[in-house]
Design a protein around this ligand. Structure first.
Ligand SMILES: Nc1ncnc2c1ncn2[C@@H]1O[C@H](COP(=O)(O)OP(=O)(O)O)[C@@H](O)[C@H]1O
Ligand SMILES: O=C(O)C1=C[C@@H](OP(=O)(O)O)[C@@H](O)[C@H](O)C1
Ligand SMILES: [Mg+2]
Length: 170
């Protein structure tokens, strides 16, 4: 299968770049968080509050196991890449792009957002430690790492499209 997955920490731009990349490459776009919200009929904070994080993680893996569409762009949630099974599914069914943003930029983007329950419950230091602890998994799961610092969303999207086309041509 030939999907494009965007992975990386909260706020690195997976959803924003995924949407733009889908326009540029003319491929359908799926944001895993949005798909889960639609399936369950609850917001992400509601799922975390009412069922707990582990339940949300199961929904993420279920989505990846059951999803059938080929030739599409999928923006993952920041925690998806932590499970080995998810890593395997993504690498076996598509090209995995890691959007690598510096933590201070990530923090600036996410610290006031009420829709990310993990951020709401934690201090800056705790989120920075989480970023550090997850970094290796993103790096190792990705076929390509894209550094986003000093780049606009448009530049990142164009660079991602260039990399996708280059690898398709190989
Ligand atoms: N390179 C960038 N330049 C400017 N704004 C960005 C960039 N990447 C992401 N953003 C903005 O940061 C916020 C978080 O991005 P989002 O795509 O939701 O991240 P993710 O899905 O990885 O959590 C959004 O408002 C998005 O428009
Ligand atoms: O990193 C995480 O554990 C999470 C990231 C979120 O997605 P984004 O990476 O799009 O913010 C969302 O799946 C949930 O709040 C948990
Ligand atoms: Mg997102």
């Amino acid at each position: 299968m030939n999907r494009i997955y965007l992975i990386g920490f909260m706020g690195c731009g997976k959803s924003a770049v995924g949407r733009r990349l889908s326009f540029l490459l003319k491929l359908p776009f799926y944001d895993m968080d949005k798909e889960i919200v639609r399936q369950v009929g609850k917001t992400i904070p509601e799922i975390f509050e009412q069922h707990g994080e582990e339940y949300f993680r199961q929904l993420e893996t279920q989505f990846l196991r059951n999803f059938k569409q080929d030739h599409c762009i999928i923006s993952t949630g920041g925690g998806v890449t932590m499970r080995k099974e998810n890593q395997k599914i993504m690498r076996n069914t598509g090209l995995v792009l890691f959007l690598d943003a510096p933590f201070r930029e990530i923090w600036r983007r996410i610290h006031r957002d009420p829709n990310r329950p993990i951020v709401r419950q934690s201090t800056r230091e705790e989120i920075e430690a989480l970023h550090k602890s997850r970094y290796k998994a993103y790096k190792q799961t990705a076929h390509i790492t894209i550094r986003t610092e000093f780049r606009t969303l448009r530049q990142i999207t164009q660079y991602a499209a260039f990399q996708v086309n280059r690898l398709k041509g190989e």
